[in-house]
Write a protein that binds this ligand. Structure first.
Ligand SMILES: *Cc1c(COP(=O)(O)O)cnc(C)c1O
Length: 400
């Protein structure tokens, strides 16, 4: 817990309270509700002796400020008592690369889920391999059989559950147990659920990663990443972040803190609206199937129900086969759904995608064109009317 904080231990508070109170201590900053935004490089020391002995809580802007700590401690509290350290990075992808670099050594082998965010694969294939690390991809549904893929030099197993395009739910506890049994560390991209809906460290994950760009920011106006480490992984994470020189600008951290205060209510609404739109889409004649783990039709639904406490607003659909131009006509006809990357903001989005080019351990053959939706905070009725208009445009284009 933060120095000078009047916060009681995290376990006495529920997540909806933690996002409001975490990392805040108004008494430490003149009663103002929010922490100040320290724009800082140099820190002045009280004496030459203190300077030489590095005797100061804050030593240099890059090393952290009260603003940095406020967000770190707030995320740490949400992750639960097993979280020993949170590092802030300038993007979700930077959080992924920092987490991986903190565990691998030359000569190591890393197992990465085939459903991983595509730039994660590029970092592994283009950067890690150059450092003498070998990378293999595995079927996200592998479960405890991951042990059969492990080699004596397997240092890390990397998960992303659900995959953020394809939505396979992984058996996190079983994979983590198998990985630990053979001496590997477990990393997970937990951006979809975040600690409010899945406390990754309590399921055996050593390093849990979030693209704070998504729901923590929540307003499509900031790039941010977090890595949360347990005590087995904290020291190496601290070193790699500190000595790579990564730090996040104070205004971006402030946007993260500001977003965090409303994270729980926003996620609740994304969850409800996402499910309502998904159920409506599932009943449409144009739709072959939904890829949404909170729907009973999803093959990972039982696992999701066992492990997760909610679903965010992100899911995909598989359309019945139509020409790609009809899919484009559908998307172009939508007024409330923007076409663009990223997600987690207040606004709805829809993008076409194809996982086939980035799969190596599994075959991606969903049976029709695929579209990923992010359901924002608009009224569901308006979103459904928009989708209805989109399907009308799809029908016209399909006949053309
Ligand atoms: C967006 C995203 C990232 C990367 O985050 P950036 O902040 O855009 O770098 C990583 N993982 C998942 C699952 C994402 O959706």
């Amino acid at each position: 817990m933060k120095e000078g904080s009047k916060n009681r231990p995290a376990k006495t508070r529920r997540p909806h309270t933690q996002v409001v109170t975490g990392g805040r201590d108004p008494a430490a900053y003149h009663g103002f509700v929010n922490p100040p935004v320290y724009h800082a490089s140099t820190v002045l020391y009280p004496s030459a002796e203190d300077y030489v002995a590095h005797r100061a809580h804050y030593q240099y802007g890059r090393r952290g400020t009260p603003t940095t700590e406020a967000l770190e401690f707030a995320v740490q509290e949400l992750e639960g008592p097993q979280c020993a350290h949170v590092a802030l990075l300038p993007s979700g992808l930077a959080a992924i690369s920092a987490a991986l670099l903190s565990v691998v050594h030359a000569g190591d082998h890393v197992l990465v889920t085939d459903s991983a965010y595509a730039p994660t694969r590029s970092f592994c294939d283009l950067i890690l391999t150059r450092l003498g690390v070998t990378v293999d991809y595995y079927d996200p549904l592998v479960g405890a059989a991951i042990s059969e893929l492990m080699r004596p030099n397997t240092r890390a197993v990397y998960l992303e559950s659900p995959g953020s395009l394809s939505f396979e739910i992984q058996e996190v506890d079983a994979i983590a147990a198998a990985a630990h049994a053979k001496g590997a560390l477990v990393l997970m991209d937990n951006t979809w659920a975040g600690p409010l809906y899945f406390r990754a460290l309590e399921h055996g994950v050593d390093l849990s990663i979030q693209a704070g760009t998504k729901y923590i920011g929540g307003h499509s106006d900031v790039m941010l990443g977090t890595v949360s480490a347990n005590s087995a992984a904290a020291a190496d994470l601290k070193n790699v972040v500190r000595f790579s020189g990564w730090c996040v600008g104070p205004d971006d951290i402030y946007l993260g803190l500001r977003g965090l205060r409303t994270l729980a209510v926003r996620l609740d609404r994304h969850c409800q609206s996402g499910l309502a739109v998904a159920r409506w889409l599932e009943a449409r004649p144009e739709v072959l199937k939904l890829l949404h783990p909170a729907l009973p039709s999803h093959p990972g639904h039982a696992l999701w129900k066992r492990d997760f406490t909610g679903a965010c607003g992100l899911f995909s659909i598989v359309l019945k086969p139509v020409p790609q131009q009809a899919v484009y006509a559908f998307l172009d006809a939508l007024e409330l759904f923007g076409i663009g990357p990223s997600w987690g903001g207040f606004e709805s989005l829809a993008v076409p995608f194809d996982c086939a080019p980035v799969r190596t351990a599994t075959r991606w053959a969903p049976g029709g064109p695929t579209v990923r939706f992010h359901i924002g905070l608009e009224a569901v009725e308006d979103l459904l009317a928009d989708l209805e208009a989109g399907f009308a445009a799809l029908a016209v284009a399909a006949c053309a």
